[in-house]
Design a protein around this ligand. Structure first.
Ligand code: PLP
Length: 626
């Protein structure tokens, strides 16, 4: 645990058993059920489901829906707050039907609702949120069709709330509700002055893409009064961005939003709901800090700040405590799924083992490099490293001009790696490490080649440098002797992971175990259930992953059952998504092979085998076969 900080980011959902296997505690309970992830992998192997896979622990999903609702309820009770908590899950965070169904089911006792931000999401939400007491909150830009669908929901007796993000939507919804003869339920989204903290801060602030200014909100209230629709105005909303890292931002925005809310009620707006949007963070790196992949607060602090500050403002302004709505997506879904991949190889660029003994007539650059290697100490490490980089550059220039031989280049490169390794060994004892020496470890570290695509399975890791916990699934009772980085199987140089949780200051390297011949080594990327699960792309045509849904067995706390296996994309399905016709491709290949058979270049029996082989590859998984 001290190497991978599991208890810090795992939030009670993950721990290590006596055999050194990573386990899931689906109810955050040390004495409750426990699932050994390696046993899930064995079961997958037995069922012939190849890696990489997404493993979903639906109990975690259910458990976290409960945790969020119960936490708000507890705080509300303790504060003597007179409104209720009625949260919604924004399906954009993970639209997988099974995820949405599980959240709706686990949230039913709390009337937990859904939020949609687009027409296709609204179509799903209308079909899946049929609890008449749960809210359906609609954000995003809306056309007439979107608004008609919303009003259809109202006709069915649902609590569908259309949040006005853009002023023109107001006129449209009033016109359509008259036309469809149904009372709309309206929310107003405010542009807040307070900006979020962290990577998504631009969702808030005065220049935010969504929301109405205070002037527009006042005009909207007047229009609703004039048109006889003021009783439809039920919800006040803001959203200052996902993954709010600093609790001070939460406090500030509730103060700003609370005052606007109270003043609007005093102006005659019959608002009943105060919707704080999303933003509740996930501590991906376990540092409990305001770093972009962390947060300096807990769920209970978040709920307390919202409830107590709102209560204080409403009491001071003498308005009724509203029901509190939050739209937490990341916090609900992130923990429930992980991506598990197998390491295919260890790549060691720095492992050039060429003889570097003195050879008569060696170029001076070789001799210079050799001299550098002899002189390294803690004091001159930076200077030696800079000189070595220089000599290496000169070596390349000389090589291009034909001045040095291939063997000399090999000797210079080998000596360079020997120098960097020697400096790297000195770093732990050095009092001060100059900045450019930090690169050294990354340069010589081995790369573990993993059977997956970052672009499909962890897009935020590549796109915005988001950290994710990465942990081997087994051997956690053995000291990891290797410090390395990870690379994926795409042929894109961005397909690598060289930023890791760095609480032990391993200088952005991941502690790993030495690979053993004939033994699988599995690595898991955790907390991938929010956004990562659904935002990946088909870079290099690596498709969706095989997916397994795991539940704990109520009878036996150490057992589990697999409720469902969803096969990932086959090569033919990703090709079809790019407008290819796999059937026609197979036919063309057969024709080509037949021609070779006719010319006697391929034997008929082998030809049949080759046709079958091409067709079976079209049907198979896009990732490397184990
Ligand atoms: N609500 C709205 C309006 C959003 O735009 C988002 C996403 O940014 C969310 C809720 C979900 O936010 P989070 O995943 O931080 O809970």
């Amino acid at each position: 645990d001290s190497v991978y900080h599991i208890s810090r980011w795992g939030d009670g959902y993950f721990d290590i058993n006596d055999e050194g296997h990573l386990c899931v505690r689906p109810h955050q309970n040390e004495n409750g059920p426990r699932i050994d992830i390696s046993e899930v992998l064995e079961e997958m192997k037995a069922q012939n489901i190849p890696l990489p896979i997404v493993v979903r622990f639906h109990d975690i999903l259910r458990s976290h829906v409960k945790v969020i609702n119960e936490t708000f309820r507890d705080v509300i009770r303790e504060a003597g707050y007179l409104g209720q908590y009625t949260g919604v899950y924004p399906i954009k965070v993970n639209q997988m039907r099974e995820v949405v169904e599980e959240i709706v089911d686990a949230g039913a006792p709390y009337n937990f609702g859904l939020e949609a931000g687009s027409k296709p999401e609204l179509l799903s939400v209308l079909a899946y949120n049929d609890n008449l007491d749960a809210l359906t909150v609609l954000n995003g830009y809306k056309d007439e069709e979107y608004l008609r669908l919303a009003l259809l929901g109202n006709k069915l007796g649902r609590k569908v709330i259309v949040v006005i993000e853009k002023f023109s939507e107001l006129h449209k919804i009033l016109k359509l509700s008259r036309e469809m003869n149904v009372e709309p339920v309206i929310g107003l989204r405010a542009k807040m002055v307070v900006k979020g903290s962290g990577k998504w801060a631009d969702s808030g602030g005065e220049k935010a893409k969504f929301g109405l200014t205070i002037a527009e909100i006042l005009t909207a209230v007047q229009i609703l009064k004039d048109e006889g629709f003021i009783n439809s105005l039920k919800l006040f909303h803001f959203h200052i961005g996902s993954q709010v890292t600093d609790i001070r931002t939460v406090k500030e925005v509730i103060r700003e939003g609370g005052r606007i809310f109270a003043k609007l009620v005093q102006l005659g707006a019959p608002l009943e709901y105060f919707d704080v949007g999303g933003g509740l963070g996930v501590d991906y790196d376990g540092s409990q800090s305001t770093s972009d992949s962390s947060m300096n607060y807990k769920l209970a602090d978040y709920a307390s700040d919202i409830v107590y500050i709102l209560k204080e403002i409403c009491d001071a302004e003498k308005v009724k405590h509203p029901n509190i709505v939050s739209e937490s997506g990341r916090a609900i879904t992130a923990r429930h799924s992980c991506v598990i991949t197998n390491v295919v190889d260890k790549i060691e660029t720095s492992f050039t083992d060429y003889k570097t003994d003195i050879v008569a007539g060696d170029h001076t650059l070789v001799q210079n490099m050799r001299d550098l290697l002899e002189t390294i100490n803690e004091e001159n490490a930076q200077e030696v490293y800079n000189d070595a980089l220089d000599f290496k550059r000169e070596c390349m220039n000389a090589f291009r001009l034909g001045i040095i031989k291939l063997e000399e280049r090999a000797r210079i490169e080998t000596l360079f790696w020997k120098i960097t390794k020697k400096i790297s060994a000195l770093l732990p004892t050095m009092e001060f490490i100059p900045e450019n020496l930090y690169d050294i470890d990354q340069g010589i570290a081995p790369q573990y080649l993993c059977n997956f695509s970052i672009f499909q399975s962890a897009p935020d890791l590549w796109a915005i440098g988001q950290l994710l916990p990465i942990v081997p699934i087994t051997r956690l009772n053995e000291k990891p002797e290797v410090l390395g980085t990870l690379v994926d199987i795409t042929c894109d140089s961005d397909g690598k992971i060289n930023k890791f949780i760095d609480i032990n200051e391993t200088r952005n390297l991941l502690p790993l175990h030495e690979l053993r011949p004939d033994e699988d080594y599995h690595i898991g990327l955790f907390l991938t259930g929010a956004y990562q699960d659904v935002m990946g792309d088909l870079h290099n045509l690596f498709g969706r992953l095989n997916e397994v849904h795991v539940f704990c067995d109520d009878e036996d706390p150490t057992d589990f059952y697999i409720e469902e296996v969803i096969r990932g994309s086959s090569s033919e399905s990703v090709l079809a998504a790019m407008q290819y016709n796999p059937e026609a491709m197979a036919y063309t290949m057969k024709k080509n092979i037949d021609r070779q058979i006719a010319q006697g270049k391929i034997m008929p029996r082998e030809g049949v085998r080759l046709v079958d082989f091409y067709e079976s590859c079209l049907k198979s998984y896009t990732y490397l076969k184990q």
